[in-house]
Design a protein around this ligand. Sequence first.
Ligand code: HEC
Length: 122
Amino acid sequence: MRIVALLLAALCLPAAAQEKSGAEVYEATCIQCHGDGKDGAPVFGNRKQWGKLVKEGLNELVPTALAGIRKMPARGGNPALSDGEVARAVIHMANAGGGRFPEPSPDDINRWRQKADKRLRK
Ligand code: HEC
């Protein structure tokens, strides 16, 4: 049993370690517009602007961030970001705006990806 667990850890850890945190993704990409509200982007830490979005919840926000909406480019315009990295960046911003969302599970991320794919096909 212990060997299996070690093998699993060895397989999973490198991939997980390369994933950027929500804060890192925000600082590298999202801040370009969400730092000062360029093109009407909801401003980081502005609870008034984020309050409505936080109520909509992650099932709305993450697929929107993955697929893009109006002047918000898909994945914040950075196609190199993984689904999980985009999701964690959304959570980082939503929580700075008054949300209390936990770290996403792999199931959450898959569900959000599928929802975004449906929107992209429209
Ligand atoms: C080029 C500018 C730009 C960048 C970069 C950008 N955004 Fe946005 N974002 C916008 C704009 C503009 C809106 C407002 C869109 C609207 O409602 O018309 C927005 C809205 C959003 C929303 C709210 C969507 C909703 O349902 O109304 C989320 C969530 C979001 N962005 C996440 C992100 C994340 C995560 C990143 C970084 C990976 C990012 N954005 C990078 C411009 C940007």
